[in-house]
Design a protein around this ligand. Sequence first.
Ligand SMILES: [Fe+2]
Length: 179
Amino acid sequence: MKPDRNTNLSNVNKNRERILSLLRSVDREGMDAFIASLDASDFFTAKGSYRHHNWKGGLAAHSLGVYDVARVLAPGENADSLIIAALLHDICKSHGRWPQEAGGHGYRSVKLAEGCGLKLSPQERRAIRWHMQHKRNVPDSDWQQARKERLRNAICMADSIDASSSWIVEHLQGCCSGR
Ligand SMILES: [Fe+2]
């Protein structure tokens, strides 16, 4: 739901603290440098998308939403991988510091994370890289492997669920405003 201004300010702080706490709980090569880069960017205040979570702090809220949904969809999945794949799947949408590149935002998010020195497992890398891919006939062996993996499928589904639910609420708010 789109929060009002006062609620949003507190949500930005709360979401930042929760995301940083989750990332710090992961013992992974390069995590400290990645966290420093993330905190120096506008990730925690950026809008999510022009279609959903289109408000200050929406990107971080969406990332946490994907994490919460993915945990339900994939019980027993590696906890560190769920945190990394969910929270990092859209990091390239943070525009303040990191450049945009061709290749789709999953691909760009992988490059940004690895560019900070963060070591991703092959499953995490594929979950982020292919989280937007819904077509089955892409002639890419990495995609063919990704579509079989529960982590990637959970992130893809959670992304759709969280984005869609936000879109519905924001659309209804827009339709009903002024009444
Ligand atoms: Fe997303």
